[in-house]
Each structure stands twice: as C-alpha cells, then as structure tokens.
Design a binder for this molecule. Structure first.
Ligand code: ADP
Length: 330
C-alpha cells in the first residue's frame, strides 16, 4: 500500500506564534512526518498578498524554515522547502483559477477579514488576496495530498480545495486526489491572550497577547500571567461563555498532553492555572529555542535543506501538474 501523503504550509508573514506551534507544527514534527510521506512548505508567495517589505519577507522565509527544523522537522524523513522555489505551484494555480468562481472566492472568511482590514487602513486589496485560496489549493493538489494538517482557521480553504479537485476531476477526468483536513485534538484554535475572541495570529500588528516561539521565558511568563479572563472565580471549561479561561486550559492541555475539561477540575484559582500554563509553555519552547540557536549558527545548512527540499518537491509535483495541463486541453 502506498504511504499517506501529507502536505501543509506556513506563511512567512511574521514571527511564528504558539498558535502556529500547537495548531500545526508540533503535530507535523511529532506525528505526521513519521507516519506519512510528508511535505512542509514555507509559502512565501502567499506573503505577497498583503503589503510587504521584500527584505523582510526574504528574512522571515529563512527564519520560518529554521524554526520548522528547530521544532523537529527532520529533512531526512520529510521535505521542507520554499514555495517560490517550485514553479509547479503557480503553473497549477492558473488552471485552478479556470475552475474556481469569483463568488466562491469572495465567500472566504479570511479574504473578507483581511480585505476589510486593508480597506480600513485606506489601502487597496490586491487581486492575489482574492485568489490566495486557489494558490493554496494548487500547493496541496500538486502533490497528490491525502491529508492536510492545519489549525481550524484553515479548514475552509481545505474545503474549497476539495471542491476544486472534485470539479476538475468531473470535468476533465480523474487528475487529483481529493484531500481531507486533519485538526489537532486540542488547541485547534489558540486565541489571543489579551482578546480571547480573536485567534492568536502572527501578522497581528501590535503583538499584544501573542506568545512568539522565540520569546524569552520571562516574557512568556509575563504574557500568560497577564492573560485576560473574566470576573468569575470557579475554573470551568466553557469556550463560548468563558473564552479566556478556556484558552488557557486548551494551551495547558496541549502543552501537557492533558484534557481541558479534566484540567478545569484540578484548579481552584485562576492564578494557579495561569502560573502552571506559563511554566508549561516555557517548557514546551525550551528545546525548540535551544535547537534554533544551534541552527542559526549554521545558515548554510538551512539553505542546503531548502535546496534539496525544492528538488524533491519539484520531482513530485511535475507529473501531476503535467497531467492536469494535458487533461484541461493544453
Ligand atoms: P498565521 O495565521 O499565524 O499567519 P498561517 O496562515 O501561516 O498562520 O498558518 C500556519 C498554520 O498555523 C496553519 O495550519 C494554521 O491553521 C495554524 N494556525 C495559525 N494560527 C493559529 C492559531 N491561533 N491556533 C491554531 N492554529 C493556528
């Protein structure tokens, strides 16, 4: 039997957060790379869909790749690469634009949110922001992907990818594997510590309430201890009514391998819950930060990994994309 193919990506749009780690990267490193034939991509083309500084995107692309390796991705068992190094993504994206509709694109929640933010700033919305989910679909479909391990915020885009794959296959003959989303059991959506109604995002402008993977232990402690909760006293797990508290329980559960509901029974004060959560996060980040320091001392190693990764990825994507070109009439 062929091995399951896993693909997932991460944008170099800011410093990586605890949300990226608990929602996605940790599973890639601990589970996916060992049980599947997997590819992990720094999706640098996606970083151009909003206002960006070229030098910063280049720097963040390397930094993101370095952090993926620091988190435990092993280039001996999985493929780590930059999206822009493999032309097949954009080649396929155009074909998928010819099966996607503009209505479908405008319904995407992330598009609506990011477009509104751009307009609020008085900026204009790039066409690539609208077509972003199509490029993401191409990222996934080019590799015959079976599973896409992502956080909850990306589930809608994977649904769209499935729709496009099915539609293409129906119109032009079987070409693409139809992928499915896999979500983490806990912490599929880590919320901002200062505003637990919003997700913890790396492209957050102020950085308030966001724990970054490279934050020093004391900075992590301060941020977690200052997390916004509510005026209640009893520790209960209720995502709708007590989002701040639920977020802390989710983070603690994800870091310690526990269950948020049972953890709620263990604590009788918000203070002790925050303290333990802060320490659990510090412990989860410690080995990652140590490995990151080692990798930073050897940037040519990371460059080599990305070069080899792109070569492997290209060889996998090309036959599928060539088949799609033939199928659609080119
Ligand atoms: P961001 O939204 O931080 O820019 P990306 O879009 O690059 O992140 O997503 C990289 C991965 O991290 C995706 O699988 C996404 O679902 C996951 N992710 C991002 N933020 C969170 C969060 N707050 N909680 C859980 N998973 C998240």
């Amino acid at each position: 039997m062929e091995m399951t193919r896993v693909f997932s990506g991460i944008q170099p749009t800011g410093h990586l957060t605890l949300g990226n780690y608990l929602g996605a990267m940790r599973r890639w490193a601990e589970v996916d790379q060992h049980r599947a034939d997997s590819l992990f991509c720094v999706v640098d083309l996606h970083a151009l869909t909003v206002d960006h500084d070229p030098a910063r995107v280049r720097r963040l692309s390397r930094q993101t790749a370095t952090l993926l390796l620091a988190a435990g991705l092993d280039p001996e068992v999985c493929t780590v690469f930059l999206q822009s190094h493999v032309d097949e993504h954009t080649r396929l994206s155009y074909l998928l634009e010819c099966v996607a509709t503009d209505g479908e694109m405008r319904r995407m929640i992330q598009y609506k949110e990011k477009a509104a933010k751009e307009r609020e700033r008085g900026g204009s919305v790039r066409l690539s922001l609208l077509t972003y989910p199509v490029l993401m679909a191409a990222d996934i479909l080019a590799y015959g992907t079976d599973e896409v391990p992502v956080g909850e915020d990306q589930a809608q885009h994977v649904e769209l990818t499935r729709d496009l794959a099915v539609r293409f296959n129906q119109r032009y003959g079987h070409t693409f594997t139809v992928p499915r989303t896999t979500l983490p059991p806990v912490a599929a959506r880590v919320m901002n510590l200062q505003d637990p109604t919003r997700k913890m995002g790396k492209s957050d402008d102020s950085g308030a309430g966001v724990v970054y993977l490279l934050d020093e232990p004391d900075v992590v402690r301060k941020k977690v201890l200052r997390a916004v909760t509510d005026s209640g006293r009893e520790v209960v797990y209720d995502r709708a009514e007590r989002p701040g508290l639920a977020n802390l329980l989710d983070i603690l559960a994800a870091c310690t391998g526990g269950n948020p509901e049972s953890l709620a029974d263990v604590y009788d004060s918000y203070g002790s819950l925050k303290k333990d959560t802060a320490e659990a996060v510090v412990e989860v980040l410690r080995p990652l930060q140590a490995r990151h320091r080692e990798l930073c001392a050897d940037p040519s190693y990371v460059e080599g990994v990305l070069r080899d990764g792109a070569e492997k990825a290209r060889a996998l994507a090309r036959p599928t994309v060539d088949t799609a070109y033939r199928a659609i009439g080119l």
